[in-house]
Design a protein around this ligand. Sequence first.
Ligand code: DGY
Length: 331
Amino acid sequence: MSTPDSDRLPRVFVTRTLPGRAPLERLETATAPDVWELERPPTYEEVTERSAGCVGLLTMLTERVDAALLDCRPGVRVVANMAVGYDNVDVAAATERGVLVTNTPGVLTETTADLAFALLLGAARRINESERAVREGAWGPWHPTWMLGSAVHGATLGIVGPGRIGAAVAQRAQGFGMRVLYHGRRRARGFPGESVDFRTLLAASDFVSVHVPLNEETEGMFGADAFARMQPHAIFVNTSRGGVVDQAALRDALVRGEIGGAALDVTTPEPLPPDDALLDAPNLLVTPHIGSATGPTRERMAELAVDGLLAALAGERPDHLVNPEAWERRR
Ligand code: DGY
């Protein structure tokens, strides 16, 4: 509700109701937040319209923030993205215009690693198929060869992207007595695993788990060639971004039995339509981008996004600035 005080505060557009009360209350101490009220994300046009007169945007990974939007709203000085990934924001365009972009790293590391491991276990031990069999009346008497899965303990896990989340998954793997390999652009000091090149990782791993950001370098990096290099029993796990996978190639690899299975928390597009061809592929487990979805984690993400937004508007350098060049430009 607009009050004489809030009328004097700088306007910010928040593209979804934030979890918990504290983040919004903090935002209200220094800004007049306009919160998108619907469950569905605002369209690009709606974001453009609602950010009229705003100095900041608090966005989700569903909102595209590009040069045209920033040119249309030159008053916007900060985009605080409530996600660790920021592939939805054209960071170069923001930097050119001196707009600070912030993200929310660290607070979702363990939660996302939990889900990656849950997917790995779920796919390995055929949890979704087994559960479905129970509900569908297909649970017959115990049989020595029914619902055989893959062993997780003692297997080799290949982690692509040895950042925070990759390291947290590797720690979990150690608890399961797995051998851990990793591949990244550079050697990750202290990473609990052995550094190998990408092809070696694909060929040697029983499980491959992806933890890279989506950018020009990683887009489509898991295509026909990558799947052909994996072992026929290998299980592919992706909790990063759907865009790192060529989904048609993944479908083919599953249909032809080039790999043993896949477990995905991220797809292209999101939401994945129920009639998408990918869903016909065998040995596939899909969850709806819930990697960071626990109450406390989502609240911490909202708090961090608010921190970034408020710091930028107060003229301070935000802690989780993804484009420090924009900060330098402003000075
Ligand atoms: C992120 O923060 O980038 C995640 O994908 C959201 O769960």
